[in-house]
Ligand binder design. Structure first.
Ligand code: KG4
Ligand code: ZN
Length: 396
């Protein structure tokens, strides 16, 4: 099955086409036929964070060029026309996206429908105005091309991408990719700019949320602390770079931050107090390079401790043999390394699955994967009822 996927939940516009066979498990294989991404991070960096309406406008500009590129990469670009049977319907679907409509209409008129089996799109969670652009684009394509549509939960995409694995000897996940060995129940630590959740999955598609953040998400905390230190958005990679430098130079903090909710007896997280602590420190210290290194290192270790403590407790309570870490913060080398060490010491040989580094942050491959597993289950969306949902939860 060939599936075209669209992701616009935050500040990355992304389109991907994969060809996949087999169900979730050892028989699953896929290859990436085309993949492209336009990041808005540099634009949002000027403002220190993501502005939903600016993100929406940028997605609307980026999607048709990305689609054009990906369909060409996949060798599926054919001359012809996929002019919809009902142009009015297309116009109605894109009435809130005039820029997208203006680009898509000539595209459809001069390109035949590509040979794909279905379309997948992120419908939540994320920034609602941004999600709507992707959803409306996907509905328009599904209508024009007469293809079924799958609505994907972004967090499920992150989790699934962490489970794929290129055959040994291949460093890139592009061809003949399968899955790591997984055994249910799987514990997933999903850590991104908008979410921080510890999830137990007993079978494909079933998710119990054991705990979540009560305030800021882990990635959001990285971004906010980076801002306090005068570092650019997105803050995660910057803090992580400074923290690594501090370790390399053996610079330890002469203050300590409180590990949040370590002994709260549940699986919840909280990161906003940590940010307040850093703000107070910043107010009472001179912003020297050394001070920045100290804060970055102490903050990163604090977040790692909070995340890992709860994860280890869940591993023990549920006897999970597989821990999956997904979402943008899973790019963090220190968190991955420390979690791997703890699992090796006390995790009863539970394996740790993390995404390939180039796919840790948002992308459309993860949406294609999730979309595929739902498509083979014939879990298609009703076109007219499909909505973007900024708060969409992982459900059973
Ligand atoms: O999953 P993602 O790309 O977007 C959302 O779904 O939110 O995650 C983005 C988040 C940002 O907050 C960013 O600062 C964080 O992931 N991030 C990191 C690292 N790389 C990205 N956080 C910590 N360490 C990193 N190396
Ligand atoms: Zn994400």
């Amino acid at each position: 099955m060939k599936i075209l996927a669209i992701e616009t939940s935050c500040d990355e516009s992304a389109v991907c086409i994969i060809e996949a066979t087999g169900d979730f498990g050892p028989g699953f294989r896929f290859k990436v036929l085309g993949n492209a991404l336009a990041s808005q991070a540099a634009l949002h960096a000027q403002y220190g964070g993501v502005f939903p309406n600016l993100a929406k406008r940028e997605h609307a500009k980026a999607l048709v060029p990305l689609l054009t590129q990906v369909v060409q990469q996949a060798g599926l670009d054919l001359p012809g026309s996929a002019a919809p049977r009902s142009p009015d319907e297309l116009m109605a679907l894109l009435s809130r996206e005039p820029e997208l409509f203006a680009q898509l209409t000539p595209y459809l008129a001069s390109h035949a429908a590509p040979d794909i089996d279905c379309i997948a799109v992120t419908h939540g969670p994320g920034l609602e105005p941004a999600l709507w652009v992707g959803v409306n684009f996907a509905r328009a394509l599904a209508t024009a091309w007469q293809k079924p549509l799958v609505a994907v939960n972004h967090m499920e995409g992150h989790a699934l991408l962490s489970m794929v694995k290129a055959p040994s000897g291949h460093s890139h996940i592009l061809e003949n990719v399968g899955m790591s060995e997984v055994e249910f129940p799987i514990l997933a630590l999903l850590i991104s700019g908008g979410h921080t959740e510890l999830v137990l999955s007993r079978e494909f598609g079933s998710y119990d949320i054991l705990g979540a953040t009560r305030d800021d998400a882990a990635g959001e905390a990285f971004d906010k602390v980076a801002r306090l230190l005068g570092l650019p958005y997105p803050g995660g990679p910057e803090i992580s770079r400074l923290a690594a430098l501090a370790r390399e130079k053996n610079i330890g903090a002469d203050f300590s931050l409180t590990r949040p909710m370590l002994h709260s007896g549940d699986y919840d997280f909280s990161f906003s107090g940590l940010k307040t602590e850093v703000r107070k420190l910043v107010e009472s210290h001179e912003m020297t390079e050394e001070f920045k290194l100290q804060v970055a290192r102490e903050f990163e270790e604090c977040v790692a401790d909070a995340l890992i403590e709860k994860t280890m407790r869940a591993v023990e309570e549920f006897g999970t043999k597989v821990v999956v870490v997904g979402g943008g913060v899973s790019a963090n080398t220190f968190i991955k390394k420390r979690l791997a060490e703890r699992l090796a010491q006390e995790g009863d040989s539970a394996s740790l699955l993390v995404p390939p580094p180039e796919f840790a942050t948002d992308n459309a491959l993860m949406i294609a994967l999730a979309g595929y597993f739902h498509a083979i289950r014939k879990e298609f969306a009703e076109l007219s009822a499909l909505r973007a949902d900024g708060n969409l939860a992982l459900s059973k």
